[in-house]
Design a protein around this ligand. Sequence first.
Ligand code: ASP
Ligand code: ASP
Length: 386
Amino acid sequence: MVNIKLMFIKFVVFRGGYCSGIILGNKRRAFLVTRCGKKVQIYYYFPTCIAQNRFFFSISIFFVLCYCRPMRLYYLCMRLSNQYMDNRSLISISDLSKEEILSLLRRAGEFEKNPNQRILAGKVVASLFFEPSTRTRLSFETAVNRLGGRVIGFSDPKSSSQAKGESLKDTIMMVSNYADLIVMRHYLEGAARYASELTPVPIINAGDGSNQHPTQTMLDLYTIYQTQGTLDGLTITMVGDLKYGRTVHSLLEAMHHFSPRFKFVACNELRMPEQYKEYCRQWGIDYEETTEFSEGIINQTDILYMTRVQRERFSDLMEYERVKNIYTLTASMLTGCKPNMRVLHPLPRVTEIAQDVDDTPQAYYFQQAKNGLYARQALICRALDL
Ligand code: ASP
Ligand code: ASP
């Protein structure tokens, strides 16, 4: 078994361009197990791997054993490969094991007690934001500054050579010559993964399109633990734009370690994508979908995770206009909630949380944003192996 694992880690992970997957198979047939797990396509594999007959034999057995759970297999492979190859990048929250998540949360707790430590002295972190950000960028930059490192980069791609038509690849290759770590946000799903394949410099994904926002998830987990005293067995209600909201996608994946129950509240246009519901089914997670944002649901909830309708992701702005104000949480809706219940929001908010909620004991979104600093300090140290 050990032998299978080692060879497995070493050779099978394939990540190309904007598509991620794992190649499994034997000499004649190979499969690409894609991220969404359900699609198992026949694919070709690298000639260098063909020599590894024994390896492919082992993998074929492993694959057959895992065939009914391709998504689980996918995540296992990604994690093992990251560990084996000592890849310090953080692209998806699923790159982290439960143990790593818990150890990062402990580290974040240490930074909360003492955020000023000069452990990044001499390090340069590039902060590349191809898409607007306030909290993520500022909290990352503050994190580096408080740890004694230096930041280079841009917050507006128009001020970089991207405006002259430079490709993402060229920008990443160039910045890799200068920095020890790259923190990047991009409007395209998969951009961070692509960048991590181009350079040995670790990449931290600070949001890629509607796909993932793993660093937000770390601060969300930190906040959930801080408010609930546990991450286990909680009822988490996600409200709003579950289709394009990358924060809910990452949070859902991270929570699978902690036996949650989910309630998804969204209108039909913004429902949780099938891929994430399939993910819940694969991991045996209970979920319920509804279009109605009622007090009945709020009263059963431990964490109420509100989200903004992601205007920038709509191709049809008429559709955005139709759905933009669909759910608004008001203070009067919180009168029967559980005493431990807290309202979280990755921010910025638009109309989805009325101002009167800010004065209730349930409002916790500003403290949540503050936790971004500590969670990101912990993640930067992990990426630089400090
Ligand atoms: N996109 C939001 C903002 O920058 C939150 C974030 O930083 O991730 O204001
Ligand atoms: N700040 C979060 C993000 O960057 C949520 C949002 O922008 O609505 O995804």
